[in-house]
Design a protein around this ligand. Structure first.
Ligand SMILES: [Zn+2]
Length: 398
């Protein structure tokens, strides 16, 4: 890949997007082929990469820096994994990008290989721009499983790179500037009952039925948030949400179910504490459900364990990330987004972060996911301005 005039940027980005989509990086699988592809691309241009690995060795984060080894740089952050396609009605191969009607279709085009392709397409420009502060490329794994990969990347960054000034997380916002998002906290609740013959249900404790009561209690808690708030109109929906996503229980139709488990999550507004929801569910189990069950089976139990916790992104109007993006996009307003990103984790690591990337979250995780070519063009323009700023980093006043 060679440097070319600006007009070639789009062609390069489209070519790179096609290559990136071609790597089946569904979170459950290895992303190493993609990482090696990017590493080779960087090496061609004389840029070293640092990798940090999943304990299995089968997935890696990549960190690379262009420009001087000084503090105050810009992190361009993207996750390399994508959500599964199984069971979705795709009209073309999800791992072969297809260009049609001004759009590029393929798994990950919007979420978020489009952004990564744009960043990679601009490497020649980054190299020749005489950057005064560095631009760091931060590619993670396992974002879709709950931002499991990026903590190792952030730790490595802290050890290897002088503190960056800000991070741009290129999740699809249609290039609007998002300065806040909800967190995500996932749990598994396991109900233990007592088994027995289905002809004598009164002699056992049916864990499936008990789990159903707990699920309905979560539904009531969700309804209270929906109806009573608190509300933040920056988000769609403007309240804390709950979802029970999976349930599994029992062994046969003629056996009283001894065990039932379900997995659920909450996405609280920044400020709402998931511990309150957990306390309410535990209270219901302790005061209303278990006393009844334990009359029959003293061993009956309900145990909830956390599985995933990802910090939300708190708005900070004074952050340099918000200031830079306001300056470069001309946007006066920032938005909130209802989905969770790695930005909250960068923020917690003292790197102010903003979410801004090409494509629409409405297409993410869907069959026939796409990104509009015009969005990629606009992203290239914006990143071009980021590069120009890094070459001449004027003070970011409020
Ligand atoms: Zn994403």
């Amino acid at each position: 890949m060679t440097a070319g005039p600006d007009g070639d940027r789009l062609a390069r980005a489209l070519d790179l997007l096609e290559r990136l989509v071609g790597f089946d990086t569904v979170s459950a699988k290895s992303n190493l082929a993609l990482i090696e592809f990017v590493r080779a691309l960087l090496a061609e241009q004389g840029i070293d990469s640092r990798l940090t690995f999943h304990p299995s060795g089968e997935k890696a984060n990549l960190l690379a820096s262009v420009g001087p080894r000084v503090a105050g740089g810009v992190v361009l952050s993207g996750h390399t994994d994508v959500v599964p396609v199984a069971g979705q009605p795709w009209t073309s191969d999800p791992f072969r990008s297809v260009r049609r009607d001004g759009r590029v279709y393929g798994r990950g085009t919007a979420d978020m290989k489009g952004f990564i392709a744009c960043a990679l397409a601009l490497l020649p420009q980054m190299r020749t721009a005489s950057l005064k502060v560095p631009i760091h490329l931060a590619l993670s794994f396992d974002e879709e499983l709950g931002c499991l990969g990026v903590p190792a990347l952030i730790d490595d960054m802290a050890a290897a790179v002088p503190l960056p000034l800000l991070a741009i997380v290129g999740e699809p916002t249609r290039l609007k500037v998002a300065d806040r998002h909800k967190g995500i906290y996932g749990f598994e609740t396991v109900v233990t009952g007592r088994d027995g013959h289905s002809s004598a249900p009164h002699k056992g404790v049916n864990a499936v039925t008990a789990a159903a009561e707990l699920v309905l209690e979560l539904d009531r808690i969700a309804a209270a948030f929906r109806e009573e708030g608190p509300f933040d109109p920056a988000f769609d929906p403007p309240y804390t949400t709950l979802n029970v996503g999976q349930i599994e229980g029992g062994t046969a139709v003629n056996i009283i179910a001894r065990r039932c488990s379900f997995r659920w999550e909450t996405r609280p507004l920044p400020g709402d504490d998931p511990a309150d929801i957990l306390a309410r569910l535990d209270g219901f189990a302790r005061d209303r459900l278990l006393p009844r069950l334990r009359c029959i089976a003293p061993e009956a139990d309900v145990v909830t364990r956390p599985r995933v916790s990802v910090a939300g992104l708190k708005a900070d109007p004074d952050s340099p990330a918000a200031a830079l993006m306001r300056r470069l996009t001309g946007a006066n307003a920032t938005i909130g987004v209802a989905f969770t990103t790695e930005a909250g984790l960068f923020q917690r690591a003292r790197i102010p972060a903003i979410v801004c990337g090409p494509g629409d979250i409405a297409q993410a995780h869907q069959p026939d996911e796409f990104v509009a070519v015009s969005e990629l063009e606009a992203c290239l323009d914006l990143l071009g301005k980021v590069i120009a700023w890094a070459a001449d980093p004027v003070e970011l006043g409020a």
